[in-house]
Design a protein around this ligand. Structure first.
Ligand code: MSP
Length: 649
C-alpha cells in the first residue's frame, strides 16, 4: 500500500517553535507507523515563502526576502532534524519545480474560465494572509479569533477564482465522503461554512512583486494560498512525475484547526476544477496553548527556544509530550512543568523503570542471560491477550490520526507489565529452589514485554528501539510491527545489559531554578539508583468494609483552578478547586512531587464530604486522591471532559 502524508508548509517569517512542531511530529509518527506496516510512504513538509508578511519582515530586518527566508528555512530544517523527523522531501515555494506547476494551473483555470479578471475592493489581514469583506470584520479588525489585528484596505485589479461555481459539488462530495474532513467537529464546521455561501476568491495581487508571477499578466503575483496549496502536488512532480503517479491523492493532509478551511474548501475546489482526485483525509488538530490559555505563537511572544528544550529533555521526551497531551478535537496545554511531569511519571517511572528493574533482575538472578521459558501461566496468558487488544486499539487510533489515544493504550500495556512484576514477585521466586522454572518463565516474559514496548513506541519515539536493542543484545530487526502482539520471538541464551536508564528522571525541585535546569544531567543519575526491588514495600490491605461503608464517601471530580506551595512548608500545597459550582480550598501534601503550574487545569478526584480541617492555619475543605509507591506519588486525574462536581463511583 502507498501512504502519502503532508504537513502544512510553514511561513518562514520567524523560526519554528514547539507549537509548530506538533503537526510535524504527529505526521512523522504516522509516517513511521506506516513504514513499519510495510507501506510505501511519502512524507512531505516544507515552507510557504511567497507571502506578503515575508516581505514585510525582511524589509523590517533590512534584508532581501530570499536571503532572509534562506536563513529561517535552515532553522526549520535544523528543528526537524533535532526532532528526528523522517520527511522524504522538503518543498520550498520559491523553488522552480513549484513555481512552474503553479503557473501551469493558474493558466489552465484562466483558460477554462474559472479564473477571471475584476477588481478587489475590501480588506486584507497580512498576518493571516486572508481577504475579508467589510461585514465580516469585528470592530474593524481581523475576525480570526486568534488574530484580531489591524486589516488594510485594498482596492486593486485582481484575478478571481470561481469558488461559488463549485459550492454544490463540494458539499455533495463532503456528504458522500464522511471521512474526508476529520475529526467530525471540523467537518460540521466546514459544512456550515459552505452552506453559508462561498464567494469568489481573489487570487492575485499587484501592490507588491514578491511571489509567483501570473504568466500571462506579469504585473500580478499569485495569491499566496492558491500558490501554497499546490505544493502538495508540485512536490510530487505533477503532472508527469513518477511520484505524482505513485502517491497522489494524499492519504492525509494534517494541520492545525486554523487552516482547515483552506484545505477543505479552496484546495478541493482547485482539484475539482482541474479534474484531479481529492485527498482522502483533511485532518485538523487543536492548538497548543500556553498556561495562560493563549495559542503558542511567535506573535504572542510566549514561545520557548525549542532547541534548548530538546537538549534538556531529549527529542523522544518532547515528542512523547506533544503527542500525548493533544486530545482529538481539543487543544493541548504546553508548559515546561507539564513536560517534566510526563517525563518523570510516564517515561521514567512507568516505561523506563520497567525496563531497568526487569533487566536488573535478569542480571541478578540469571547472570544477564535470557532464560528458556517453561510453561506459561494465567498471568502470561493475560498479558498476551492484552497485547493483542492494545495493538488493535493502536492500529485503530493511528488510522484515525489520534496518537494520544494510541499512547494511552500502549501505557495500559506498560502499566499491566509493571503490575505483572509485583504479582509474580521474582525476588520471592528466587529464594525457592522448586520455583526455578517459574522464575525462568517470568524473566523471559519480561524480555518479551520490553520487546513489545519497543515496537509499539517506535513510531512515537524513534530513539527508543535502538537503545532497547542494545540492552537486549539484538539488532534493529527486533522492531517489526506485526510482532507487537506475537510472543516467543526473543531467543533465549542471549546476554542482556542493565545499561543506563532509558529516561532519566528530572529532579523537579532543582529544575525550578535556572541553575537546576543546567544540572539536570547530574540529578538524573542520582535518582535512577537501582529501583528493581521496590515490589517488597506494599502496605498490607486493610480490613474488609461493606458497600454501604464505601457509599458514605462522596467522591467528585474537582477542577484545579490554582495551586501554590504553602509558605515555609516542604510538602503542602494550597489548591483552589472548582466542584459543583463552588470553589474550595484544599491543602494537600503533594508539594514535593508537583509544581503548581503542572496541576492547574487538571481534573482530580476529590473526597467532597470530608470534615474540614485546619492545616498551617488554612482550612482545608476536602482531600484529593493520589497514588503512591516508594518515593513516587501521582495525583489521580481524569482525561475526559467531565465538569467539576461529576460523581466518581
Ligand atoms: N503557510 C500556511 C500553511 C499553508 S499549507 C498549504 C500557514 N503557515 S503557519 O506557519 O502559520 O503554520 C500553521 C500551522 O502550524 C498550523 O496549521 C499548525 O499545523 C501549526 N501550528 C502553529 N502554531 C501551533 C500551535 N500553537 N499549536 C499547534 N499547531 C500549531 O498557516
Amino acid at each position: 500500500m502507498k501512504y502519502y502524508i503532508t504537513t502544512p508548509i510553514f511561513y518562514p517569517n520567524s523560526s519554528p517553535h514547539i507549537g509548530t512542531a506538533y503537526t510535524t511530529v504527529a505526521a512523522d509518527t504516522l509516517a513511521r507507523y506506516h513504514r513499519m506496516l510495510g507501506d510505501q510512504v511519502y512524507f512531505l513538509t516544507g515552507t510557504d515563502e511567497n507571502a506578503q508578511k515575508i516581505v514585510r519582515t525582511a524589509e523590517a530586518n533590512n534584508m532581501d526576502p530570499k536571503v532572509y527566508v534562506d536563513g529561517v528555512v535552515e532553522r526549520f530544517k535544523d528543528l526537524w532534524r533535532a526532532l528526528d523527523i523522517s520527511n522524504d522531501d522538503f518543498i520550498r515555494t520559491t523553488e522552480e519545480r513549484h513555481q512552474r506547476v503553479v503557473q501551469r494551473i493558474f493558466t489552465k483555470l484562466y483558460e477554462q474560465g474559472d479564473i477571471y479578471k475584476s477588481e478587489y475592493s475590501g480588506w486584507y489581514c497580512t498576518p493571516c494572509e486572508t481577504f475579508w469583506m467589510e461585514n465580516k470584520l469585528v470592530d474593524g479588525k481581523c475576525p480570526n479569533p486568534d488574530c484580531g489585528r489591524e486589516v488594510e484596505l485594498l482596492k486593486e485589479e485582481s484575478y478571481f477564482f470561481k469558488l461559488s461555481k463549485y459550492q454544490g459539488q463540494l458539499l455533495k462530495y463532503i456528504e458522500d465522503h464522511p471521512d474526508f474532513i476529520q475529526p467530525v467537529s471540523r467537518r460540521n464546521e466546514m459544512i456550515r461554512f459552505i452552506e453559508g455561501g462561498l464567494e469568489d476568491l481573489c487570487v492575485s495581487r499587484t501592490t507588491f512583486q514578491w511571489g509567483i508571477k501570473v504568466p500571462f499578466d506579469p504585473k500580478h503575483v499569485v495569491y499566496v494560498w492558491l500558490d501554497a496549496l499546490i505544493n502538495y502536488i508540485s512536490a510530487l512532480g505533477y503532472p508527469d512525475g513518477e511520484n505524482y503517479h505513485s502517491f497522489w491523492p494524499a492519504d492525509v493532509h494534517i494541520m492545525g484547526k486554523d487552516i482547515v478551511r483552506f484545505h477543505a474548501i479552496i484546495w478541493p475546489i482547485i482539484l475539482m476544477a482541474i479534474g484531479l482526485p481529492l485527498p482522502k483525509v483533511v485532518y485538523g488538530h487543536g492548538w497548543y496553548l500556553s498556561k495562560d490559555g493563549g495559542k503558542i505563537s511567535k506573535s504572542r511572544g510566549n514561545v520557548q527556544d525549542s532547541f534548548a528544550l530538546i537538549q534538556r529533555y531529549g527529542s523522544d521526551a518532547i515528542r512523547y509530550f506533544l503527542l500525548r497531551e493533544m486530545q482529538v478535537g481539543s487543544d493541548g496545554t504546553y508548559s515546561e512543568d507539564n513536560v517534566v511531569e510526563r517525563l518523570n511519571s510516564d517515561l521514567a517511572n512507568d516505561f523506563g523503570n520497567f525496563v531497568s528493574r526487569s533487566l536488573a533482575m535478569i542480571v541478578k538472578y540469571r547472570e544477564g542471560i535470557i532464560p528458556r521459558p517453561a510453561q506459561d501461566g494465567a498471568l502470561e496468558m493475560e498479558l498476551k491477550v492484552l497485547s493483542q487488544e492494545v495493538k488493535k486499539a493502536v492500529d485503530k487510533s493511528l488510522g484515525e490520526c489520534d496518537p494520544a489515544t494510541a499512547l494511552e493504550e500502549i501505557w495500559r500495556f506498560i502499566a499491566r507489565c509493571n503490575k505483572y512484576v509485583d504479582e509474580t514477585a521474582p525476588w520471592a521466586l528466587a529464594k525457592q529452589e522448586d520455583q526455578k522454572d517459574r522464575l525462568d518463565t517470568v524473566l523471559y516474559t519480561f524480555v518479551e514485554c520490553i520487546r513489545i514496548m519497543a515496537i509499539m513506541t517506535a513510531p512515537f519515539m524513534p530513539g527508543v528501539p535502538g537503545k532497547i536493542c542494545v540492552l537486549l543484545g539484538k539488532d534493529d530487526k527486533l522492531i517489526r510491527w506485526e510482532e507487537a502482539d506475537r510472543w516467543g520471538i526473543m531467543d533465549f541464551g542471549i546476554q542482556v545489559k542493565k545499561g543506563e536508564p532509558l529516561f532519566p528522571r528530572i529532579d523537579i525541585s532543582r529544575y525550578f531554578t535556572e541553575e537546576g535546569a543546567k544540572n539536570v544531567d547530574e540529578n538524573q543519575k542520582e535518582s535512577q539508583a537501582a529501583p528493581q526491588e521496590r515490589g517488597h514495600e506494599f502496605e498490607p490491605i486493610k480490613e474488609e468494609i461493606s458497600i454501604d461503608d464505601f457509599a458514605k464517601i462522596d467522591l467528585r471530580i474537582g477542577k484545579i483552578l490554582s495551586a501554590e506551595k504553602v509558605e515555609k512548608t516542604d510538602k503542602l500545597m494550597k489548591l483552589e478547586v472548582e466542584v459543583a459550582g463552588e470553589v474550595r480550598t484544599i491543602v494537600s501534601g503533594i508539594a514535593k512531587h508537583y509544581s503548581g503550574d503542572g496541576l492547574v487545569g487538571k481534573s482530580v478526584v476529590l473526597v467532597a464530604n470530608l470534615k474540614p480541617t485546619k492545616l498551617r492555619g488554612i482550612t482545608s475543605q476536602g482531600m484529593i486522591l493520589a497514588a503512591s509507591h516508594g518515593d513516587v506519588l501521582e495525583v489521580i486525574t481524569v482525561d475526559k471532559e467531565l465538569p467539576g462536581g461529576a460523581r466518581v463511583k
